[in-house]
Each structure stands twice: as C-alpha cells, then as structure tokens.
Write a protein that binds this ligand. Structure first.
Ligand code: ZN
Ligand code: FE
Length: 759
C-alpha cells in the first residue's frame, strides 16, 4: 500500500545538483513522484512504501550535495496520485522568489580529471562544469535558475551536451551552464586590439606572456583579474605603477596547495579555509619574501585556482605563483564587461585573455583569515555572496544600504537575509554606480515591490548611501546608528535577538547619536530592545575630521594635545613635521575640528608616535603597521589604559609611550605594550560593566577587529573572566557587515512600530 508525502526544502538548493540528487535518491529507494525548482526552494512529491519514504528523507538531510545548504525541510502528507515513475518537472514561478541563489562554485574533482583527460570531449576546455561545480551567481540573470535565465542562453546545446543535460543519471543532468568546445563559448587572446590566438593556443600564449614578465588581463568568474609573475620584481613594479597602487598588498594565486604551503605558514584551520568551497584569498604569515607583492607586510594573501581556466594556465607553464588582483585602476570597482575592460585596462595590461561567456554581475574574490576566535571574513564576495546569512523575523521585505566604506547591501525577503557581494567605497563615483546597480539587481531578482519595502540606512547625513535612501520610493525609512549595526551584525548571524549583551564596537569612523565621530563604543542591550551606549573612549579632537584617516600625525594631534608636558614632537625621535603644526593650529583655532571617540584614530595616533609619520596609501595601513611592529616583540608589559566607569582614558597610555620613546626603548616593544594595554583596558571595562549588570555575553565587532593580535590578546583575558565572547563569522567585522546589522535592527524596530509580536 503506497503512501505519499510532499517535501519543501529551503536554503541553497538550486544550482547545486540538488534535483539530480533527489532523482537518484528516489530511484534508489524505489519511489515515484516528481521534483521541481519552485520560487521558495525545491518541491518534492513522493509515493511509495512508508519505510522507503523515511529512508529518503533521512538520507536527503544527512548526505546532500557538497554545495547545498538545507535551511528548512518541511515534510507533510499528500494525496497519492498513483504515479508510475519519478520525473523532474519544469520550474514553477508563482509568486515572489525567495530561493537562495547559489554562490559560484570551484571546479570539482571529476571535472578537473576530465579537463586533463585527452580522451574526454572537454579536455582543455576552460568552461567545463557540472551540477557540482562552476559559475552560479555570476551567470544568473533572473530566477528561477534555468539556462534561459543565465548568460549561457546564447549557446544552444549540441547533441552531446543535450544528452548529458537530459540524462538523470548523468552528473550534468540539468547543469545549466553546461557546454563543450563544439557548442559553447571559447577564450581568445588579444594584443593591441587584435585577436592573436584562440582556443588552447590562447591559453598557452597567455602562460608564455606571464613567464616573460608581462601583465595579462584575464576574464574570470566575476570580472577581470590582472595577472603577472609574482616572483618577477620588474613585473610587480610595472603593475604597481600602471595601476597607481603604491603599497597595498596584491593577492596571489598559487599553482596548488603544495606551492601555497611554501609561500605561507598554513595551520590546519587555515588550510581548511584556503581549500573551502568559496576558495577565498586567505591571509597568512609569509614564509617567502616576494619583492613588491606586499611591501612591509608580514602576511600574504593567497588563494588556490578555482576555475578550469586557472588550472589550464598553470598546466600550460604559467609561473607557479601569480599576482591575481582585481582588474581596475586604484579604488575603482572590478571591470567585468569586455568593452569596459578593454577601455579601462589598456595601458595597464599587455594582453587580454578574454572569454565569450559574459559575467552577469561583478563579484570580487573574497578575503578571509583564521584568527583567535576562528575563521573571519574580511571581504565577502565570490563564493559567499549572495548566500543568506541569517533568518530575521521580518514580515516586510527590508533593504539595508550599509555604510559608505566597504559597502555591501542586504535584502531581506521572507525573513531570509541575503547579503550582497562587497561593492566598494561609495565616495568614488564608479563604486556608487556599482552600488545603485546592485540595489536594482537584488530588488529585481527577488521581485520586491518598492511600495512594500522598508529601507534601513546609516545615520550619517553625508553618506551617499543615506542620500540614496531618501531618494527611494519606499514606505518607510529607518536610520540605524553605525556602531549599533556592527554589534547587531554579530547577533543577527547567530539569530540571537533577546540575549542582553555587552556590545563592543572597535571601529574607525561612524556617525554618533550626538553628531560626533564615534568608534570606541560599549553598549548594553539586545537586538530586540535596542542598545544603550554605556561607555566609550575618552573624547579627542580630530583636526580635519575623516580626512585625518589618511594622516596618522593629523589624527594624533588631538589625542596628544591632552597630554601634560608634551615634548616637541617635531623634533627627534618623533619628527612629526609640518602637518603636525598645521593640525595643531586648526585645533587651537577650533577650525574644522571634530570630536571623536574612535579607536581606529587612536591606533593612528600610536602609529605616528612609533614613527609612521607619512601619509597612508590605503585604508588601515597605519594600524596594520602597528600590529606587525608589535608582533615582533614578546609581551613584556602593558601600558595603563584605565576605565572610570564611563570612559577609557588614553592619556596614561600615550604618556607612557612618549616616555619610552624618549628613553630609546625599541618601537616593537612599545607597540606590543600598547596593544596589550588596549586589550587589558578593554577587558577590565567589559568586566566591570558585566558585573554591574549581571551579564555574561560579550559581542565584539568593528573594523579594528581586523587586528588579529588584539583578538589574540583579548581571548585569554575574556576567557579568564568567564565571559562568553561572540564575533562575526559570516559577514566581515568591518563595514562590509553593517548592512546585516541595519537589517536586523530595522526588523525589530518595525516590529515595535507596528506593535507586532515576534515571539
Ligand atoms: Zn564539476
Ligand atoms: Fe564601521
């Protein structure tokens, strides 16, 4: 006697080989019925013996395809239709889609084997893929995920590919981007506006140019890379000069794991991260010095090949370590359209390795690192985006626009929070355009109506994202304070809405409730009830406001002017120079002077005292410099950083640094005592607040947490105080995570406004 059931699966279940998996599983359990891609995930109807149905459900949940993520499985009874076979039905589109779009996937082992098998039709074919691997988000034009809705729609399948595509037993069954050299897109090589080679010849020639030290623009999954030989200092110098990129580290691609192991120290956790499905760029301590790759930096950012093309390039004799940096001029978004790439990169690239498949949207490489509290994402893009990172109790769709630096946006549909890829710094116009495109893209992909939408944005009145929010035709807008959003982003990842925590935001810049620049803030509260600011870094004057972020000396002045008996900082050993006097004059006259509690600027002040007195050339440079200086000394002592119940006082700390500098103590020892002082001071403040209020959980977020040493110092201190500590894992602790925190706080604000209960 057959029974029937219906199953709805939500999560990352489209484009990851889920339907063929279901098909095979149904066959194996002698079940009939059907499966289809619906708007909200995968829908399954099954008929057969009770025990076989149970076995199916069990196995589906325990052994799904590697790239699938099952967030919700709903099993219910269904009328038995007496079906005689199991089929895959056409996708249905009924209402607003809320299915998760799969991020792009790295080439799988089976495709890799075929890629180098001379007897295989797709041997050497750079677009080989299957249901377990290949492009997803970067080729999807609309939902549901079917070939006519991808950038592969212009290449009809030939008989060979079509047979595989329609064979439920085949690995390429319904693999939407499937193609072969006979019917699919190809790569070609271009120099000086002319096509010089195509097919395999193009890849061989590109590898040869790279060996010769040339810079080659290579079209990848989410846009173009600029590649060159990382072991060739002249190529490196050329690339830096042409890209107008003075010192910011370049990302590397190592030929294989063995090569990566020789480049950087890989712990087992770091190795797990670098080989994980998103294949991020992983930051790790370097073993080898590569001139010009990451000047003055003890870490290298390394990733492994993730597309068939990368593997083919290395197999064709490309240098075993390549610089693989986003193809753009400094601070522009990555180029992803061919004409745009040719126009913008001429003068940077000597040649272009161009593929015919178009990129649906730009997606940069992601950046991650393993720290004291586990893996941390620093830039969330390819391989992660646009995955849902949280379920919010929001009945209305929410669009959260993030912050202006390291912008990302979050769209909440049916409670699922989809976080976009990293977009960039919106004060650059091309990045602002990319922001507008990404907003429009996500809104149309999920078919959200503007008049149904709540928008969350930063409180900063001058942010481009804030201005944009006010131009949108939405029902409601909700301004979320920057540092509360940082703290809420951690809680949103974990779905902790009611837990009252001590939330610590250690950050560079954010607009505070009082209109001053915040960045060293301690809150108490929960996402549900909101966060009260209970303590902060002692206020300092900031000459020139946010502009001081590029000049450690300028940032230092306001902190140092509060120190009694300050020596002449223009003289040795400080050499602060002209900018110091200029900034001092601004503060004396109170012209363009802002008030700040920013820990990020406090790190800049420390950097200036330790000798970093020039202008920075990329964001966070001075703080990274301090951390690396500190790492070269063991922890000997900690400078005092006292807490009076409301403020952390930086004056004793800076006073001690100045004394030790004049005494001639080594700068690395001073940097180490500074970092440990910050950690101890923060921890004692957190302990006092927790004891006063009977709290046990601490949340840490903000861009300053990219300082790995600070986390290493904080972990044992907080552990000894028996405090549970949460940090970001799914979104970055920097402003790339702001939009998620905004969405979470807006969801609950919305609940309060409407008096709705989300219990
Ligand atoms: Zn594959
Ligand atoms: Fe921030």
């Amino acid at each position: 006697m057959a029974t029937a059931c219906s199953i709805r699966v939500r999560g990352v279940v489209q484009g990851v080989g889920f339907r063929p998996f279901v098909y095979r599983l149904a066959q194996a359990n002698a079940l009939t019925g059907w499966v289809l891609n619906g708007d909200q995930g995968v829908e399954i109807h099954l008929e057969g013996a009770e025990k076989d149905l149970a076995a199916f459900v069990r196995e589906m949940q325990t052994k799904p395809p590697a790239a699938a993520e099952l967030n919700e499985v709903e099993v219910g009874p269904a009328p038995c239709e007496g079906l005689s076979e199991f089929t895959i039905r056409e996708s249905e589109r009924r209402d607003r889609p809320t299915v998760c779009v799969s991020p792009d996937l790295p080439i799988c082992e089976e495709c890799l084997a075929e890629l180098f098998d001379p007897s295989d039709r797709r041997c050497g074919y750079p677009y080989i893929n299957c249901t377990n691997c290949g492009p997803r988000y970067s080729v999807i034009l609309a939902l549901p995920y079917d070939r006519p809705n991808t950038t592969m729609r212009q290449w009809p399948l030939d008989d060979y590919c079509s047979a595989e595509y329609h064979d439920p037993a085949n690995r390429r069954f319904h693999a939407q981007p499937v193609a072969c050299p006979e019917c699919g897109p190809l790569y070609s090589l271009h120099e000086e506006g002319a096509t010089v080679d195509d097919g395999k010849g193009a890849i061989d020639k590109a590898a040869q140019l790279l060996r010769e030290g040339k810079v080659v623009a290579i079209k990848g999954l989410g846009g173009y890379h600029l590649a060159c030989d990382a072991r060739n200092p002249e190529s490196m110098a050329d690339l830096r000069e042409r890209k107008f990129r003075k010192e910011k580290p370049f990302a590397l691609m190592a030929k294989d794991l063995e090569t990566a192991r020789n480049l950087v120290h890989l712990s087992s956790d770091t190795e797990a991260l670098i080989t994980s499905i998103p294949r991020p760029i992983v930051l790790a301590p370097r073993k080898q010095e590569l001139t010009g790759v990451a000047p003055g930096n003890d870490e290298l950012g390394v990733m492994l090949p993730y597309t068939p093309l990368h593997h083919l390039l290395f197999a064709s004799g490309a240098p075993d370590v390549l610089v693989m940096t986003s193809a753009n001029r400094s601070s522009e978004p990555i180029a992803y359209e061919d004409d745009d790439a040719l126009a913008r990169l001429s003068g940077i690239a000597d040649a272009f390795l161009m593929g015919e498949r178009s990129v649906a949207r730009r997606v940069d490489d992601s950046v991650a690192r393993v720290g004291a509290f586990g893996p941390m994402i620093l830039r969330r893009a390819r391989g992660y985006a646009p995955g849902a990172v949280a379920m919010l109790p929001a009945k209305r769709p929410i669009l959260a626009l993030g912050a202006d630096l390291k912008n990302s946006i979050t769209l909440v549909v049916d409670g699922q929070a989809f976080v976009s890829q990293h977009i960039g710094d919106l004060d650059h116009y091309p990045a602002f355009r990319a922001f507008e495109e990404t907003v429009a893209d996500l809104i149309s992909m999920y078919d959200v109506r503007w008049d149904d939408l709540l928008v969350a944005h930063d409180c900063h009145p001058q942010y481009a994202s804030t201005t944009h929010a006010f131009g949108l035709p939405v029902v409601k807008r909700y301004a979320v304070q920057h540092h509360r959003a940082h703290v809420a982003s951690v809680l949103a990842e974990r779905g902790e809405w009611e837990e009252t925590v001590v939330g610590v935001s250690l950050d560079g810049t954010g607009y505070g409730d009082d209109g001053t620049i915040w960045g060293g803030e301690i809150f108490v509260g929960s996402v549900e009830r909101g966060f009260e600011r209970v303590a902060h870094l002692r206020q300092a004057a900031l000459a020139g406001g946010d502009a001081a972020a590029q000049h450690p000396v300028q940032a230092a002045v306001g902190f140092l002017s509060q120190i009694d008996g300050l020596p002449d900082l223009a003289a040795a050993p400080f050499h602060f120079g002209l900018r110091y006097r200029g900034a001092l004059r601004l503060i004396e006259r109170d012209v363009r002077v802002f008030s700040t509690t920013s820990i990020g600027r406090f790190f800049d002040a420390a950097a200036a005292l330790l000798g970093f007195v020039r202008q920075t050339t990329f964001e966070g440079q001075a703080a990274i410099w301090v951390e690396q200086l500190a790492r070269s000394s063991p922890p000997l002592d900690a400078y005092p950083f006292p807490f009076d119940g409301h403020q952390l006082d930086f004056r004793p700390l800076l006073g001690a640094m100045i004394r030790d500098r004049i005494r001639g103590r080594s700068t690395s020892e001073i940097a180490r005592a500074f970092q440990l002082g910050i950690a101890r001071g923060l921890c004692s403040a957190i302990k006092i607040i927790c004891e006063e209020r009977g709290l046990k959980t601490v949340v840490l977020s903000g861009g300053v947490l990219q300082n790995g040493l600070l986390l290493e110092d904080l972990k044992p201190l907080l552990g000894a105080a028996k405090l549970r500590t949460w940090i970001n894992h799914a979104v970055p602790p920097n402003d790339g995570g702001i939009s998620l925190g905004q969405a979470a706080l807006a969801a609950f604000q919305e609940g309060r406004i409407n008096g709705a209960s989300y219990a």
